[in-house]
Design a protein. Sequence first.
Length: 283
Amino acid sequence: MKFYSLLAAFFVFSFAMAQDKQGYQIFTKGGKAVTYKKMLNAAGDAEVVFFGELHDNSLIHWLQLELTKDLGEKHNLVLGAEMIEADNQKQLDQYLKGEINQKVFDSTARLWPNHKTDYKPLVDYAKEKHFPFIATNVPRRYARQVNKQGLESLNSLSDEEKKWIAPLPIEYDANLPGYVGMMKMMGDHATPNMPEAQAIKDATMGYFIAENLKPGTVFVHYNGTYHSNNFEGINWYLKKTKPQVKIITIAAVSQKDVSKLDKESLNLADFIIVVDEDMTKTQ
């Protein structure tokens, strides 16, 4: 009888271990596993939170919403996103105020294909809580222009158009590791204008975040993780205008094994969320 009891206990233990699957794990920049609560508390002590995402990862989008809601329980928030462009701020404000519905918002703003599944919940939360939501990104036509003609081409824009980008001239450091890495990644297809096109996005997002910082609030910004990895990108531009601002960065990476942070992802951000590479994609 004792043998069968031990055997049964073994199978129960083995079954429990087999069921103990994690979809994600959070790490510090040094690779130490930490809890969601620790990340939440750190975010609550910041003035700006950069939540770097994998654009098509359903779990990351869920965590963005959960972190935002949990922060909103104790803090006044300002939300902002790469995924909505500065010249669509009017339509975004109209939607937040209930002056237009989702159908009209969809047809008048250049929303991303996965807006309904991944970003609408964030915008709707801001609407429900009466939190500002800032369209921070440069209109894509200007990023394309820079990609073809360089940053200096922006000088030809009208005064009205210049309201939707960071003030000119754009400070640019081609030697920042993120921009250098972009050139290496593109290989033979790289041109000097490519990182400049990234820089106009980073600079514009940093500018509109700085313009909308409010005392006693936490600004939560959603962007592709590359825009804030290694404490560069938007972070670098924001620090230029607001050197004392307290920032927490969150990065997202995908790995086969979520139990340990891969060496190449160390120091990407204050907190790195490792997601199982088999996680469902949203687009």
